[in-house]
Design a protein around this ligand. Structure first.
Ligand code: GLC
Length: 408
């Protein structure tokens, strides 16, 4: 088994799909991870939640199994969110899972479970921290507090990347309030990379680093740059949201994944476990459906390239070599048209259920016929084998990238 790709970014480019996990004391209140801040809960009162946080159903092997069954290759867990509570046995604060009712180093268990399942290990670390008086002073303009807080932050991050073996992704958040210079981000990341040379770091400590991280939207980074859209499964909150009735359908999630793939990016799909650590039922049922769809359509999603030349009314596309995959977001019935393709189509096939299709080519119109009248499944995919790499007559294109900044 080759575990160390020669290029440290290869695994990420090929992964396509990961699970984001927001889990902390806020999960107990069930109103999302911003609850302490938005409801102005006093810190001392909030901290009492540690006595309730018992992680009774926390089973990272199950998280790993669910992620794998869904088609995901990596996870990113909130080791510390903005509330400041640490899921690991942090050395520079007492506000930790080891000193909660759980009494365990939950991050350590997560890391081992993921490695055993051959999944990549991502760790989220919030730079901003509502539990630290120095952070509050720092962001309201006290320069001495800022210096102290940043010193503490460097020590915390060092702790995190030193004591758990290989970490594949470091995912910062909430840099707001201080500048990159104040965070000493360049120095911080150089130090992280000296501990973990292969690590991928996101762009949220106000430096470019390895990953662009569009949030709740699918925006491709410029070619050659790794990117990952992070999106919630329910409407807005990332932490467990017991009261949100608005969940995305499996179709909406599959479409997000297809749109990410069409721009050669990844989808980091969020799950907010219940306070006990259990993945909620509504997330499980959706992940199971996505997993079924993924397993039947993965050839259209994995190791694919961006189809650089055009966009289509039916939905997104991906390609690999001489193969073009069409995701039929809009299902027009028995046929659809790929406009402007200059290749000859050698064969066409619906991926699920596997059905070969007829193709008629008339000048710049490639007409695919023979599909079922009703859409077979929530996001059907048609595979076209071409006589060369996808090529288009672009004479009627008008620089769509400027017109459609989000991927179609
Ligand atoms: C937003 C939220 C934060 C969440 C993050 C994930 O910044 O405020 O709570 O962790 O998105 O990208």
């Amino acid at each position: 088994m080759i575990d160390f790709p020669t290029d440290r970014t290869t695994w990420f480019r090929d992964a396509r799909f990961g699970m984001f996990i927001h889990w902390g004391l806020y999960s107990i209140l069930g109103r999302g991870e911003w609850v302490m801040n938005r409801e102005r809960i006093p810190l001392e009162e909030y901290k009492e939640l540690v006595d309730e946080f018992d992680a009774g159903d926390f089973d990272p092997r199950e998280w790993a199994r669910i992620a794998r069954d869904t088609g995901m290759r990596y996870l990113v867990l909130t080791a510390k969110h903005h509330e400041g509570f640490c899921l690991w046995d942090a050395r520079h604060t007492d506000f930790t899972a080891t000193r909660s009712a759980a009494g365990r180093d939950l991050l350590a268990e997560y890391v081992v479970a993921l490695r055993d399942a051959d999944l990549k290990v991502g760790v989220y670390y919030s730079l901003g921290d509502w539990s630290q008086p120095d952070w509050r002073k720092a962001v309201t303009g006290d320069p001495d507090a800022a210096v102290r807080f940043v010193e503490w932050t460097h020590a915390m991050v060092d702790d995190l990347v030193t004591n758990y073996g290989r970490i594949d992704v470091l995912w910062y958040d909430l840099p707001q309030g201080l500048t990159a210079d104040q965070w000493r981000s360049v120095e911080l990341n150089a130090s992280v990379r000296s501990r973990q040379p292969h690590i991928l770091i996101n762009n949220r400590a106000y430096t470019t680093e390895d990953l662009a991280t569009p949030e709740q939207s699918v925006k491709a980074a410029k070619p050659g740059r790794l990117w990952e859209a992070c999106v919630t499964m329910n409407s807005v909150g990332w932490g467990y949201n017991a009261y949100d009735p608005d969940w995305k359908s499996p179709r909406e999630i599959a479409l997000l994944l297809a749109r990410c793939a069409s721009g050669q990016g990844n989808l980091l799909l969020n799950v907010g476990p219940e306070p006990s650590g259990r993945i909620p039922e509504r997330a499980r049922t959706r992940l199971a459906e996505i997993g079924d769809w993924f397993s039947l359509h993965q050839e259209a999603l994995l190791n694919t390239d961006q189809n650089p030349l055009s966009w289509y009314l039916f939905g997104p596309t991906t390609c690999r070599g001489n193969t073009l995959y069409c995701f039929l977001r809009n299902y027009y019935g028995t046929s659809f048209v790929v406009g402007g393709l200059t290749n000859r189509v050698k064969s066409a096939e619906l991926l699920d259920p596997r059905t070969s299709l007829d193709v008629a080519q008339r000048g710049p119109q490639t007409i695919v016929n023979g599909l079922p009248k009703e859409a077979p499944g929530f996001l059907p995919v048609v595979k076209l084998e071409l006589d060369g790499k996808p090529d288009h007559d672009i004479s009627r294109d008008i620089g769509f990238a400027d017109v459609f900044p989000d991927l179609p």
